[in-house]
Design a protein around this ligand. Structure first.
Ligand code: F6R
Ligand code: MG
Ligand code: MG
Length: 363
């Protein structure tokens, strides 16, 4: 068995909330190299999406392992040291606790891990997003694993056609439910269309082999106040009994709307970009997604291949810009701005407080 752990955190932005400084990437690589030399890790890659540092690690320890989580935590601490030295913005932003308690879950970083039996050939895609929340993967996962207009394999390939199982988390109530597609597609959509509350955690084959896993940590639910967006990650296995690589990427040819963007308080188009272009600038966005393709070779990460660095996604980027123009012109009006209940980072309580005495009852 091999475990793939994608663990990410924003430990400081350069400049502002824009991107990860190369020195942070270097410090993280140095720290993880030691763990590879000591054989704790089989392999690793350090990537960045916007202002989020991404650790992609393979090992034999299983998910939720204390040593691996502590390694990730310490790597973020090393990155934070660099961020503090360079006075980068929001140094240590996502390290919500000052002491590590054995598991990074609930401490700020986002985590997606899967333990798998490596197949004869094991293509995987690690998706990384910036300026959006965990529920941003819902739309894509439904398209990939349940929509025959996206995934031809659901219609024409016997190894995919039996459908899948979706494990859905209710982030508010801390409960989960498994729904089967195609027979429970409508119930599944009823839930995951409300992507702020219901998020797809994992997708399994009918025989319970894991095919996808996402990070579902919600920073504001952990901290009880706005402390930045979650900027989630997701790992998806491709080919054979899973959707083909092109079926896994296809949902992102449509820049669907996600929550996040400026101050985590707006709807924006989800823009697929190359690694180099994963640097949100306009109105702190638009929200970005990158896709790193790998082949596993006995746990070794062969790759990454920069999968959205392809002209076939140019139209999605262009459309995302058009949608961004249109939404931006709506200014502070809903639904460009999130609904009042969803606004985690807002001056509204302060505005209301200031006007408190001037409000009179309507007769
Ligand atoms: C959104 C995000 C940014 C910041 C914005 C204000 O996830 O990170 O849009 O919310 O740049 O940041 P502060 O309050 O740190 O100046
Ligand atoms: Mg930031
Ligand atoms: Mg970020």
């Amino acid at each position: 068995m091999v475990t793939i752990s994608a663990i990410k955190a924003d430990v400081g932005g350069f400049p502002g909330h824009h991107s990860v400084h190369p020195e942070i990437v270097k410090a993280a690589e140095k720290h993880l190299s030691k763990a590879k030399r000591s054989k704790l890790l089989v392999d690793f890659r350090v990537l960045a999406c916007g202002d989020d540092l991404q650790l992609i690690m393979t090992h034999r320890k299983g998910i939720d392992n204390k040593k691996i989580h502590s390694l990730a935590w310490n790597t973020f601490v090393e990155g934070t040291k660099v961020a503090k030295r360079l006075k980068l913005y929001g140094a240590g932003q996502d390290l919500l606790s000052s002491a590590f308690a054995g598991n990074v879950r609930g401490m700020g970083p986002g985590i997606a891990e899967m333990e798998i039996e490596e197949r004869k050939s094991e293509p995987i895609v690690v998706f990384m997003a910036d300026k959006t929340e965990a529920g941003a993967w819902n739309f894509a996962l439904y398209k990939i694993f349940a929509d025959p207009f996206n995934t031809a394999g659901l219609v024409v390939s016997p190894s995919v056609a039996q459908g899948f199982k979706f494990e859905v988390y209710d982030l508010f109530e801390k409960k989960k439910v498994i729904l089967k597609t195609p027979e429970e597609s409508y119930q599944l959509l009823a839930l995951i269309g409300a992507s702020e509350r219901y998020v797809v955690k994992r997708v399994y084959t009918r025989d319970d082999v894991v095919g996808a896993v996402t990070s579902t940590e919600s920073l504001n639910l952990i901290a009880g106040k706005y402390v930045g967006k979650d900027d989630p990650v997701m790992i998806v296995r491709a080919q054979h009994e899973f959707p083909a690589l092109g079926e896994v990427l296809e949902p992102f040819a449509f820049p669907y709307l996600v929550k996040g963007w400026m101050r985590g308080s707006h709807h924006g188009p989800f823009m697929p970009t190359s690694f180099a272009q994963a640097r949100p600038s306009r109105f702190d966005g638009p929200p970005r997604v990158i896709a790193a393709g790998f082949q596993l070779a006995n746990g070794r990460l062969v790759g990454p291949e920069d999968l959205f660095d392809d002209p076939s996604f140019d139209r999605a980027r262009q459309r995302a810009n058009e949608i961004a123009d249109y939404l931006m012109q709506n200014g502070p009006f809903e639904p460009h701005r999130l609904g009042i209940g969803e606004m985690e980072y807002t001056t509204i309580p302060a505005v209301l407080e200031k006007l408190k005495k001037r409000f009179k009852p309507i007769k």
